[in-house]
Design a protein around this ligand. Structure first.
Ligand code: DX5
Ligand code: ZN
Length: 224
């Protein structure tokens, strides 16, 4: 069973104090830092690129879990790897734009972890050809593009479906993960929990991360 990881999404951070926010959630117990990269094309929102990723890398001590919500990950993957991404995840929905397997292999050839993400309305069956070339699957529990949306429980069966496809790597869930939803996600086998609003909006971030971790652990049953 993969370890429980809490990955605060910096999309919910105060970008006027980004360095402080990184230190704050790391001190509060974050396992990974989730960076939401949006190009204003794959999703109707525009966030940041390699330049900010490199700035975050300078002050981070935890792994950077970079989520590319962009139409052309082939064009920009190396820029994010150069900037310090430890995990690089792109969306299967852009598969028609290039060779998915080749990009996954390339990310791994540079010593980083490769991931694929699926939108709520995308079947995980599309990932079947790649299950042996993946370190992470990011199951979106909201439609990508914005933080603070409502958790979509309809995606929960996807985790079991991934295991049925023979995928043995880590499973992350992203969108609306909070104290009221994390247990159902952990119960189906998710081990990485992306949480933006739930962490950055908490009065006590350390207490909130500890609470999320305990809820996930409890939902996993005796194996914990
Ligand atoms: C949405 C992003 C999510 C989002 C999560 O496109 O991929 O990571 O920031 O935010 P919350 O946890 O606020 O739903
Ligand atoms: Zn994300």
């Amino acid at each position: 069973m993969h370890p429980i990881r809490i990955a605060p999404s910096l999309l919910a951070a105060d970008f006027s104090r980004l360095g402080e926010e990184v230190r704050s959630v790391e001190d509060a117990g974050a396992d990974w830092l989730h960076l939401d990269v949006m190009d204003g094309h794959f999703v109707p929102n525009l966030t940041f690129g390699p330049f900010i990723t490199a700035a975050i890398k300078k002050c981070a001590t935890k792994p950077l879990d970079v989520h590319l919500m962009i139409t052309d990950p082939w064009r920009y993957a190396d820029a994010f790897l150069d900037a310090g991404a430890d995990l690089l995840t792109f969306h299967i929905e852009v598969a028609a734009q290039g060779d998915v397997g080749k990009l996954l292999d390339h990310i791994r050839s540079r010593g980083r972890k490769a991931g694929l993400s699926v939108q709520p309305d995308t079947p995980v069956a599309l990932l079947a050809p790649f299950v042996d070339r993946l370190d992470l699957v990011l199951v979106m529990s909201v439609f990508a593009g914005f933080g603070g949306q409502k958790f979509m429980a309809s995606v929960l069966p996807k985790v079991g479906e991934l295991r049925a496809l023979g995928y043995r790597g880590e499973v992350s869930m992203d969108g609306g993960i909070a104290t009221g939803t994390i247990a159902q996600s952990a119960a189906v086998g998710t081990n990485v929990f992306v949480a933006g609003t739930a962490v950055f909006g908490a009065p006590d971030r350390r207490a909130r991360i500890a609470e999320l971790r305990a809820l996930a652990k409890g939902a996993r049953g005796p194996a914990g």
